[in-house]
Design a protein around this ligand. Sequence first.
Ligand SMILES: [Zn+2]
Length: 356
Amino acid sequence: MGVDAPRPRLRAGVHYPRSTGEFQSWFATDADCLDYLDWLRWPRGFVCPECGHAGGWAVADGRYKCAACGKRTPVTAGTLFDRRRTPLTVWFTACWMFATAKDGISALSLQRALEIGSYPTAWAMLHRLRSVLVRPGRDRLAGTVEVDETYLGGEEPGLRGGRARGKKVLTGIAVEVTEPKGIGRCRMALLADGSSASLHPFVTGHVEPGATVITDAWMGYHGLAGLGYLHRRRSQRAARARGGDPGELLPAVHRVASLAKRWLLGTHQGSVDETHLQSYLDEFVFRFNRRRSHSRGLVFYRVLELAAGHEPVRYRDLAADPKPKAKPPAPPGQRGHPPSIERPRAARPWRTADLG
Ligand SMILES: [Zn+2]
């Protein structure tokens, strides 16, 4: 709804902060953050979600009262921040770190940086942010696209790629390639197996028909031509015959897969289980596809915009396993809610310091 409507041109320093300094001065209080969400949601003024009437009054506690039906609506209602007890200053700072850190942030680092009382709270905040990153109806990849599958996640080091079974999870990777060696956008999704019943939906779900799809000679990719793609197959045997490196058959996919592996091992120390691997991959893809964005502040704006437009995410949905196990993989410990990190205007301690 309205997502694809042309947006007014965003200006740095007006619509989104240019720097950490600007971020801090804009969002000093929870009320500042609430006002920004208000503006993101209703840039032309309050529209009642209950009756659709445009117009109402701001009342206490960050709510609007509809001028027509009288219903009161919190600014955060129906967004990712709905009924969250974590103060908005903490949320915004987490969004800023999430969006601006080159490699993202782990739950442990977030917990320490914001002095969040419990690990599960920090963990759930990051997972809630990850859950908004895939916009329904986003564009599929186009042009020339390499597609392959590889094993990611898990904690077993040194497991060979390919189609062998292991603790890692088979993941489909699609990467746009541009001549001669450029890499465009990518997509990643977990696969049940390497059969055409899994690979064909991966391709049709992530690549625009009419695109040129390059794969290896694996039989799971047979039939792509019948699905509207120009299918080019590269065989390892042919690469060897040419004296090439068969491991470099699909160099763009290879490059993206190794970056994703390094990121999982680096930022998250490899401690990503199968249940949550897809959401980590969503984060990787989101950041990878914005790697050339000249403004980190704009990426922050996009995360908040997605969060404001996303329905609330329940904790049990984050912790739940799509394939239930005897023991749910929820993080250990008690949940706790951090205090606001409102920053009162500095008292200029240097003015009162004794120069002695
Ligand atoms: Zn109304």
